[in-house]
Structure formats: structure tokens, C-alpha cells
Design a protein around this ligand. Sequence first.
Ligand code: SF4
Length: 376
Amino acid sequence: MARRRRRRKELPPLVEARRDAMLARVKSESKDRPGTYRLISEDGEVLYVGKSKGVRTRLLTHFRAEYPHDKSARMVAEASSVAWEYEPSEFAACLTELRLIKRWRPRYNVMMKRDARHYAFIRLTAGLAPKLQVVRGAHGNDAATYFGPFHGALQLGEALRELNDALGLRDCALDTRMHYADQVELPVATARTPGCIRYEIGRCLGPCVAATTASQYDERVHLAREFIAGRHDAPIVALRTAMEESSERLDFERAASLRDKVARLESLQEQFARLRFAVETLSFTYNVSGTNGDDRCYVIRRGRVRHECKAPETPAERTQLDAKVAEAFSTSSRETGAVPSHEVDELLLLASWFRGHPKEMERTTPHSAAALTRSA
Ligand code: SF4
């Protein structure tokens, strides 16, 4: 079947003149080297940040795009200037692009869309009665705590639902009003029948209806954090102890309910382990050859760049780098499993980079905190 041709719309003359001036500058001044570029509006707003291993080629593709159908062409039409900076390598360009996007939040950038299919995180919200939810990336620099990344958002969602049920944690809408039994600042003290089946069937402690205290709920949240972080035994041991105490008090109904929770958690152990991305494998020094001999060295721990510098050439530079490696691997920001929200995007970027460029692993020298402690 013949494809219908899209009708190309003419640009207004002034916009076209501006576009042609930018294009002429790109053609005469830019080079095909790794780097980042940005399109800027007349009032100084950064509209778009991009990166490429060949800045010139990439910029020219934006100018060839068809107006108004292509996003590229619309961005170019809105821009009044274009700027670019070179980076020593494509990897360096990726990191700089991420940092610039975080700084300017350009309208035309869709953050981390490329990784959404592969990785997911568990987000623990801040505030009263925290909630665990599966997300594809960080919600800006929020106060929430993130765990991950994990493979397969769908399976992760199912496992998390089970975990919430086993530990009695809420899974309702974020704006649901919460009210602990020991919350003194609100005058409403009597419990009411909730409109939620999870409380009625014993799958939620019911922080919305004053059915639990802050400390009881927080204790369950703590167990969930331990479980998600991979320290499976702590929540199971805690629930088993509570089960035995209930039996001794002849509270057999509660003991039976706790026994079921222990069984569910045990079956979830394997499920979470299977879905968890081994972020510890992204702990090494990564040497990257740069253009014109500008080689760089990145100290990466748990998927985040802790230090970057020129690749050492002298014994003194090597000693300095060794000190930075030791520092990066000895900090107590260690294996809590939690990832601060501002580091989530970088972790996704690095996971995606090494997934897409597996041969780059040959340029890495692995480190582990334990090994460095032993050699110190
Ligand atoms: S019982 Fe209340 S807190 Fe728990 S999930 Fe239902 S609405 Fe949310």
C-alpha cells in the first residue's frame, strides 16, 4: 500500500533565517568528536541537551529533520542558538549529558527513557506511614529512598505486593490520609471501619484507621528495607520470634498468621534475589582512552562514579589514584542497599552503558571494599 507523504510545513522567514545561521555555524565550526550540545531559546532557556560520539554529525541530523512532524525540527525552530563542548570519550559525554540534564531539566529531554524497559527500583516514600512502590527511575531529588535496580518491573511489582501483604504495609494511593493510634496531634482518636479490604483481611496494619502505632508500622518498614536490601534473614527471624512469643502467650490465631507470613517471605527470598541486579559488579576502576591522548580514569563503586581523573602516568599520580580508590571503597555509605534519589539516574546510566558495551568491561580493574581493607 502506498504510504501517504507527510506535508512539510514552511518555517516563518525569520525562524528560517535563524535556523540557517545556526546550521552554517555548525557546518563551519563543529567537529566530529565526542561531546555534548545544547539548543538554546532566545530568552536563554536550554531547550534540549544531547550527546554524541560525533557532535557534528548528530547536530546535522537535527537540522535535516522535517518540520513540524519531527521533535528535532520543532526544537531547532524554537532555538536561537546552539552550543557544544567536546569530551574525551563517548562515556565522558554520557556522564556530562546526564549532569547537564539534571542541572537544566530541558523541556525536550525525556530523562532516562532508554532504560525504562530494563530496570526498575523500589521507592520507599518519606513521611507518615511510608509506602513501597515500584518505579522506573527517581522522581527528581526527592526525600524518598530507592532500592535497586531490579530487572523486570512487572515481576518486581508482584513480589512487592506479596511483601506488602506479608508485612502488613500499605499499598494505597499516596494521598490517602494516615492516622496512627498513638498520634496525639489529631483530635480524631476512634478507629472507624476502613473502606479497604486489606485491613479487614489482615493484610495491612491499617495506619489509615488508627489500627497501628507509629513504632509498630515503622518496625515493619524496617523489616521490609532489610528484606529488599538482601538481608533476608532479619525479617524472617523477627517474625519467627514474634510467632514463638505469641504461641507462648497462647495467642494461636496471631501465631498462625505470623507463621503464614514467614512462609510467604521465605518463598519471596528467591524471587527478589533473581530480580536483583548485581550492582556490586559495577565496582572497579575504568580506564577510558580519550581523543588526542586525553585518557581518563573513573573510580566506580556500586554503579556510581566516586572519582574521575586523568589516567595516571607517573608513580606520584598512581599513588594519588590508589588513595582515591581506597577512599571510595572504605566509606561507610556501604551496602545498605539504598540509593539516594540523586544517584539513581547515574546508576541507571552506568548499568545501561556496560550492558550496551560489554567489551568495555575488559578495561576495568575490579575492586571490593573487603579486598582493599585486607590489603591496607
Ligand atoms: S488498610 Fe488503609 S492504609 Fe492499608 S492499604 Fe488499605 S487504605 Fe491503605
